[in-house]
Ligand binder design. Structure first.
Ligand code: SAM
Length: 291
């Protein structure tokens, strides 16, 4: 009888803010949520998944548009779950109460207390990213064809930590909204403005970038520590993991920076090189807290 009821429920349209119980992994809503683990569907729908109470709570409090909030029925009495669910509902999200089998089919974690949010992707126009470069210490980071989702997530986290104004993804890059990238970002995906453009668009926009344009390059002639980065805003470009910066992108830089190295390594990992450079550029702007 209960089964009949829930299957009838499944056929009803979901109204925004509606609480719906789902007991079958074959349910079309669950299927469409599971499909978001594939880039094709994320791109088509403009949506992505985030998992875990802290992540989903922070995102909702940060004003991210949430479409669906999913939790195990067994966690319905959990106060934290109730609070986020109420907030998500107020924002117009559907609330799905699912059994552990359904949760396990969507989730990558083996934790029945976990919650999952379906969020709308947010992209900032490149021109609007550059508008954020208004004064000394302001940095936008440009990533040329970054391929590795772990690197991208780590860089998003680092850019957030250092107080960069945003990240522009140039050319064909890995998806910042993939599970791997969002996980590596440790929640910073919700804190940093992201834009995307082609290499040709970036070259076209070059003269309008209101900043010193610096690229890091293994053949760079300038020690990255030798410039006074506190003098004005910076657009910093980092090269692809295998190929480095394209000649075209390197060609539009005011400076090509080298991070001098001592050992026998050919180069630094992209995320490490980005971290080292960003922290040097922001050196004069980072302060110890009061406590
Ligand atoms: N084989 C690639 C090349 O020839 O450029 C190596 C690319 S490296 C793994 C990825 C990116 O990190 C580079 O394009 C550059 O932006 C930055 N990078 C890594 N080590 C660096 C160094 N010592 N100095 C300047 N940039 C570096």
């Amino acid at each position: 009888d209960r089964r009949m009821k829930s299957e009838n429920d499944q056929n009803r349209d979901i109204r925004p803010g509606h609480v719906k119980e789902i007991t079958s992994t074959a349910n079309p809503v669950i299927k469409s949520i599971r499909a978001l683990s594939m880039k094709k569907y994320r791109d088509e729908e403009g949506l992505f998944l985030a998992e875990g109470m802290k992540l989903v709570t922070d995102a909702v409090l940060n004003g991210w548009r949430i479409r669906t909030f999913i939790h195990a029925k067994s966690a319905a009495t959990n106060e934290n779950v109730q609070q986020v669910a109420a907030k998500a509902r107020a924002l117009g999200a559907d609330i799905l109460e699912v059994n552990e089998k359904v949760l396990g089919a969507i989730s990558r974690r083996d934790n029945p207390q976990t919650v999952i949010g379906v969020f709308e992707q947010a992209w900032t126009e490149p021109a609007d990213l550059f508008l954020r470069l208004t004064g000394p210490g302001d940095i936008i980071l440009g990533l040329d064809r970054v391929r590795d989702p772990g690197n991208l997530g780590t860089i998003i986290r680092t850019a957030d930590a250092v107080g960069a104004k945003g990240i522009l993804l140039i050319g064909e890059t890995t998806d910042p909204f993939s599970l791997e990238a969002t996980r590596a970002s440790m929640g910073s995906i919700f804190n940093i403005a992201l834009g995307r453009c082609s290499e040709a668009d970036l070259i076209d926009a070059r003269s309008a970038i209101p900043a010193r344009v610096a690229g890091t390059h293994l053949e760079g002639a300038v020690d990255y520590r030798s410039i006074d980065w506190s003098a004005g805003p910076v657009f910093l470009m980092m090269g692809n993991e295998q190929q480095g910066l394209t000649d075209k992108l390197a060609g539009v830089c005011d400076d090509l920076l080298l991070i001098p190295m001592a050992g026998r390594a050919d180069s630094l990992n992209l995320a490490v090189a980005t971290g080292v450079t960003l922290f040097e550029m922001r050196r004069g702007f980072l302060e110890m807290g009061e406590g």
